[in-house]
Design a protein around this ligand. Structure first.
Ligand SMILES: Nc1nc2c(c(=O)[nH]1)N[C@H]1C(S)=C(S)[C@@H](COP(=O)(O)O)O[C@H]1N2
Ligand SMILES: [Mo]
Length: 389
């Protein structure tokens, strides 16, 4: 079988077929299958389109990530947002820095581009991303100015505690307070606490994979917080407002939070927490066969803590170590792994992966996550079923 006909089979196969046109699966996304290698079909997926909630959201078909192309091309990055994609004229664009600073700033894209830049590989996922498809994730090489550089130029006052990042996008929101609805126009806003904002990590990025950001990716400027879930990476960044009070806007305090039970001194405490860093997750993205040889390929995402192990389990077997892909070893990159599955027998099988980091955090099972009531931050091990011919 040639690669060409493999590709056609993939396009005809259940998972991808719904994606053609709407998701526009491009050439690059076709799996880099070796001669004679074919995709083993998953039997658990019903309809990938159930994950696509609006025409403005695009998921990546995680089964078709090229193994040797660890950067997601900008025009195929998964994308999701709340108020559509604003169009910003780069010639009049200004990033404003206001509030508790010695000097308010208004910076053009050229101003930012002439400041010392930094390049970093960062992968992230939407906090709502979950199995089986995990399509709201991606990985890129980003370029921009460290946030700290810009804040130092403005001069942050001693009483500044909260740094609020507003996108240019906005919409009408009903803020409910004690039974009363208040309808107001709000910008997309997220905040970082002083320690994080002034750390060396956050970057104001203007390029992805060496090209200016696309409109979907937040052109002309986006906040990148390595190791954090997508909601913190404010696109179309328009203003940084420095203040003393905590910022409790919708997307900071209400829309992105988790309700989860935790045993404290023998008592269950139900805690509502906000969402920040990516919880350790691994998932099986595809299984391939080449004659009698079978291989499992998967992805790990986390907050940048080094990994201790990634393992794969087939059916009721024991956990087996995987091989990590050395091209995805940068701290905040997503990490690829493969597992050579020996002796796969015809019929349906269950394949699952789990990751453990050097701090001893183990990716939880779905049963262990039952104390989490809300669906965000869903990093459970996700068993997939495949049919071996
Ligand atoms: N300005 C703005 N930035 C935003 C959002 C938004 O609605 N407005 N959505 C956030 C969410 S929830 C996610 S998951 C990521 C998605 O980034 P992507 O489109 O590059 O995948 O953007 C984040 N940044
Ligand atoms: Mo998100």
């Amino acid at each position: 079988m040639t690669i060409q006909s493999n590709r056609r089979d993939i396009l005809k196969g259940g998972l991808a077929v719904a994606g053609i046109g709407l998701l526009g699966i491009p050439e690059w996304a076709l799996p880099a299958l070796a001669q004679g290698e074919t995709l083993v079909p998953f039997t658990d997926i019903d309809d990938p389109l159930t994950l696509v909630r609006s025409p403005e959201t695009r998921i990546i078909d995680i089964r078709t990530i090229p193994e040797n192309g660890q950067f997601t091309p900008a025009d195929q990055f998964a994308t999701t947002q709340h108020y559509g994609h604003p169009v910003i004229d780069p010639s009049t664009y200004r990033l404003r820095i206001s509030g508790l600073v010695d000097q308010a700033l208004s910076l053009s894209i050229d101003d930012l581009r002439t400041m010392p830049s930094r390049e970093i590989v960062v992968g992230f996922e939407c906090s709502g991303n979950r199995g089986p498809l995990n399509g709201l994730s991606g990985n890129g090489r980003w370029t921009g100015v460290p946030l700290r550089t810009v804040l130092d130029r403005a001069g942050v006052k001693a009483d500044a505690k909260e740094f609020v990042f507003f996108g240019a996008d906005h919409g009408e929101e009903v803020v409910e307070f004690r039974g009363r609805p208040y309808t107001v126009d709000q910008q997309y806003g997220r905040s970082l606490a002083r320690e994080k904002a002034l750390s060396s990590e956050p970057i104001l990025v203007y390029a992805l994979n060496g090209e200016p950001l696309t409109r979907h990716q937040g052109f002309p400027l986006r906040l990148l917080v390595p190791g954090w879930y997508g909601m913190a990476l404010v696109k179309w960044l328009a203003e940084i407002h420095v203040q003393e009070d905590r910022y409790l806007g919708k997307f900071q305090a209400r829309h992105y939070r988790t309700l989860k039970g935790e045993m404290i001194n023998g008592e269950m405490k139900w805690k509502e927490t906000d969402i920040s860093t990516i919880q350790l997750k691994s998932f099986v993205a595809r299984v391939t066969s080449n004659g009698s040889r079978h291989q499992v390929f998967g992805v790990v995402l986390n907050d940048g803590t080094p990994l201790r192990s990634v393992e794969v389990k087939v059916d009721d077997g024991s956990w087996q170590p995987v091989t990590m892909d050395p091209t995805t070893s940068e701290k905040y990159s997503w990490k690829f792994f493969t597992y050579d599955w020996h002796g796969a027998t015809p019929g349906e099988h269950t394949v699952v992966s789990r990751a453990t980091d050097i701090e001893g955090t183990v990716q939880p099972t779905a049963a262990e996550l039952e104390v989490k009531k809300t669906f965000l931050e869903h990093n459970a091990q996700h068993p997939r079923t495949v049919m071996i011919a």
